[in-house]
Design a protein around this ligand. Structure first.
Ligand code: AHR
Length: 489
């Protein structure tokens, strides 16, 4: 296989928001209890937080973390999770048919965020909760006046406000599986009233509207009504998706890049049309605030998905799509972070890193601040209903201050290597050209406690910068994710 990636440093697609590398933690299975929080573990600190999990998450450099759900939030009472632990009530969790002990709540979550350098993003209950509860939560977290709720927070040991910037109103309200699911009209109205009251408590917060997750035909009307009625309150239109390889068809799975493009383009178009129709001056970005591979596990095994190498390629392809759409996608949250459809898996004594951890870690570490409009030509493949899909899925970034490019390349072949030419339209690579590849023995290889490093990031190699400065040649291994960085002049 052969391919050329054309890089024109003057052709950029917009600023890359660091929040593309966000995460999501839900009260579900072993994400919180046994994941982030496990006082019985020898790896727990005095607060019960898993120090090894926090260290693994720090390496992912997630700038924002969404919580507490997910479906869970549509039956959650935040007051149950604050104050003295022995007085916190256990409640039925109807989303995941479990008992929620409430030993971990808002203040523990904010502490975890501060430990890993993430901004907290709280989703309020717009299922069986009301706007009073939602605006009280904003006041409890962010209030500075000597009100009862601020004094309550202070009596819980948190003198200073948490300054939570990001607030979502509801979760997947379009899904019949949701407690308190809403029609497009009901949600547009609820969002407006919740949002108004929440912003009156703290005008500096940013609101995320639960725009679409089900992708039934009403997604158009949902977006339309939200932007007709509340464009001055919506700071992000939040969309969700999960993908998988149920057919066990590698080519079809690899062609999902077309599906990501289709959804992002459609949603961008919807927002653009509404801005034009309603003369909305402010840009309204997209937050893909739940995304991942998820198709094998369910509530029976509490979503403990085991990821293989091909899933890691698809995770990289989703990150590539977000980078390519950086002008409109300003937040994305990998769902989730620990044990539940997650890059990190724990037992009481330790953890291992799933395949999907590795591309995420590399991308988050090496991505620059401006998206490059790359063009690649070369061999193609057919997958599912898509024909002529380029073998390489590519995205790129430029960090102008450091004159550094980063190229993110997924080689979607099962057996063949791909010879790649990186060609700068002008200027030259000044090196060092550093190449880091995520790979494993075969597309079905998965990590485990017994074999934690079957799929991993291989040691970074440095390529010589040839005499022909604008061109670099390299060979990509089959089924690989590769990040290439170089200074350019
Ligand atoms: O992340 C798991 C679940 O997926 C979330 O609770 C829900 O929002 C989505 O359907």
């Amino acid at each position: 296989m052969k391919s050329t990636i054309h890089i024109d440093l003057g052709r950029t697609l917009g600023a890359i928001d660091r929040n593309l590398f966000g995460g999501f933690a839900e009260h579900l299975g072993r994400c919180i209890y046994g994941g982030l929080y496990d006082p019985e573990s020898p790896r727990a600190d005095a607060r019960g937080f898993r120090t090894d999990v926090l260290a693994a998450l720090r390496r992912l450099r997630m700038p924002v973390l969404r919580y507490p759900g997910g479906n869970f939030v549509s039956g959650y009472r935040w007051r149950d999770g604050v104050g003295p632990r022995d007085a916190r009530p256990a409640r039925l969790d109807l989303a995941w048919h479990d008992v929620e002990p409430n030993a971990f709540g808002t203040n523990e979550f904010v502490q975890v965020c501060r430990e890993i350098g993430a901004e907290p993003y709280l989703a309020v209950n717009c299922g069986d909760g009301d706007m009073r509860e939602a605006r009280d939560w904003v006041e409890y977290c962010n209030g500075t006046e000597p009100t009862a709720l601020v004094k309550l927070r202070q009596s819980h040991g948190f003198e200073a406000p948490h300054r939570v910037i990001y607030w979502g109103i509801g979760n997947e309200v379009d899904g019949p599986w949701q407690i308190g699911a809403k029609t497009p009209e009901e949600y547009a109205r609820a969002f407006t009233e919740f949002g108004k009251a929440m912003k009156w408590v703290d005008g500096s917060i940013k609101l995320l509207a639960s725009a679409t997750s089900f992708w039934d035909p009403s997604f158009v009307e949902r977006g339309q009504l939200l932007l007709e009625q509340a464009s001055d309150l919506v700071d992000y239109m939040a969309i969700h998706w999960y993908v998988g390889n149920r057919e066990n068809d590698f080519n079809r799975y690899m062609a999902l890049s077309e599906f990501f493009e289709q959804r992002l383009r459609a949603y961008e178009g919807l927002i653009s049309a509404m801005r034009l129709a309603r003369n909305i001056q402010r840009p309204i970005p997209i937050a893909v605030d739940e995304w991942n591979v998820w198709y094998r596990s369910d509530n029976e095994n509490k979503l403990e998905e085991v990821y293989n190498l091909e899933d890691a390629l698809v995770v990289a392809m989703q990150l590539n799509a977000f980078i390519r759409h950086a002008s409109t996608v300003k937040m994305a949250n990998l769902a989730q972070i620990v044990n539940v459809i997650a890059p990190v898996v724990t037992n009481r004594e330790g953890l291992f890193l799933q395949t999907i951890y590795h591309p995420f870690e590399l991308y988050s570490r090496l991505c620059g601040n401006t998206s490059l409009d790359l063009y690649s030509d070369g061999d193609t493949f057919d997958g599912g209903s898509s024909a002529g899909v380029p073998v390489l899925d590519v995205a790129g970034s430029l960090d102008a201050a450091r004159s550094q490019v980063a190229l993110f390349v997924v080689n979607r072949t099962q057996d063949a290597e791909t010879d790649v030419e990186l060609r700068l339209a002008s200027g030259q690579f000044t090196g060092p050209v550093q190449v880091t590849e995520v790979n494993g023995p075969d597309i079905k290889a998965a990590n485990s406690f017994d074999e934690p490093d079957l799929v991993k990031a291989l040691p970074t190699r440095t390529l010589p910068v040839g005499p022909d400065g604008p061109v670099v040649h390299l060979t990509l291994a089959p089924h690989s994710v590769t990040v290439i960085t170089s200074r350019v002049a």
